[in-house]
Design a protein around this ligand. Structure first.
Ligand code: NAP
Length: 311
């Protein structure tokens, strides 16, 4: 098995940035990805807070540009689902997945986060049958329908606005009386007359057999329950870190995010984390690319130290 200097797990902005910095630092670099490259940027309609794009840029276009930059450096992005990461006796990391095994000196975990489910009755059963975790992916299926979006953060508000371009009606259901979303998004949402809000309310149940027929909601202040006859429910109640391959290996915080220092080092020498998967204050493209660069530099320093010790 040929050993890499560094394997980067995930090809969102953190992973792609790490690949650029690692390759330019002279490391033999491989990016592995279980799906299509780009992470959540791939399904982001427009990105307006990434410096350098005053007129916004679409997610897929930003992915295309970052990916081009990586591939121009000769780094390949391979389809590989990492299921476990262990250390062998020679201090190499071994990554295992259905596609085989990879051997590497250092690893950067840039696997990001996945949607957090609501955990209510009917949600799992009707996933893909009206219950969605990706408005951009499913918007076309919701054309002309009545759609409910749960959550009050940037994702819920941004995607609810997006859905107004497709759905007959869009209602945002939020458990509190004010949104968590940034001011700019709130203003855009409140100015959109195709969007309505149900405050202080939670979804208790998703109704329907083969397709979503409605949702049961409850006002948490009054206890009043009612049915909203929607045909789709889009869930944006935050994300959970995708850390399964490193559970038991690396230190996580109480919410399951990887703990790093400011240089993206974890408690395991040679193992770094970058982007949304790590504990941090702001999960965004701009902080992800910064994390990726720092993780690559830390990995480079680690490998240099190893090589100096060996010679
Ligand atoms: P988030 O900021 O964590 O918001 C999650 C929302 O879901 C909150 O409003 C929360 O309510 C609500 N919630 C959580 N659990 C719930 C439950 N069990 N039932 C009902 N509601 C529940 O997550 P996010 O919106 O996905 O954003 C994640 C990160 O990505 C954030 O840092 C965000 O700024 C960033 N982001 C940025 C953009 C952009 O355009 N700049 C777009 C998308 C995401 P409470 O408010 O009551 O806690």
């Amino acid at each position: 098995m040929t050993a890499q200097d560094i394997v980067i797990v995930g090809s969102g902005p953190a992973g792609l940035s790490a690949a650029i910095y690692a390759s330019r630092a002279g490391l033999h670099t491989l990016v592995v990805e279980r799906g299509a490259p780009g992470g959540k940027m791939r399904v982001t309609e427009s990105i307006c807070n990434y410096p350098g794009f005053p007129d916004c840029i679409t997610g897929p276009e930003l992915v295309r540009q970052m990916r081009r930059q990586v591939e121009k450096l000769g780094v390949s992005i391979d389809r590989f689902t990492v299921q476990s990461i262990v250390r062998d006796d020679d201090d190499y990391f071994i990554l295992e997945g259905p596609e085989g095994r990879l051997k590497t000196r250092a690893v950067i975990i840039a696997s990001g986060t996945g949607p957090r489910p609501l955990g209510v009755e009917g949600e799992k059963r009707l996933a893909g049958k009206g219950v969605s975790y990706c408005a951009v992916c499913d918007a076309e299926n919701f054309r002309g329908k009545d759609v409910a979006v749960v959550g009050g953060g940037d994702s819920a508000v941004k995607e609810a606005i997006y859905l107004t371009g497709y759905a007959r009606s869009v209602v945002v259901i939020h458990r509190r009386g004010e949104l968590r979303a940034t001011q700019a998004l709130q203003e855009e949402a409140f100015a959109n007359d195709r969007l309505s809000f149900v405050w202080h309310s939670v979804v208790e149940k998703v109704l329907g057999d083969q397709q979503v027929k409605g949702i049961a909601i409850k006002n948490v202040q009054t206890g009043a329950q009612r049915i909203l006859p929607v045909q789709a429910l889009v869930v944006y109640v935050g994300n959970q870190p995708l850390t399964q391959p490193v559970e038991g290996l690396v230190e996580l915080d109480q919410n399951g995010f990887i703990i790093t220092d400011e240089n993206m080092c974890t408690n395991v020498p040679g193992l770094y984390a970058a982007g949304d998967v790590r504990r941090k204050m702001l999960r965004d493209i701009v902080t992800a690319v910064s994390d990726g660069a720092l993780a690559a530099l830390s990995a480079k320093n680690y490998i240099t130290r190893l090589n100096t010790k060996v010679s």
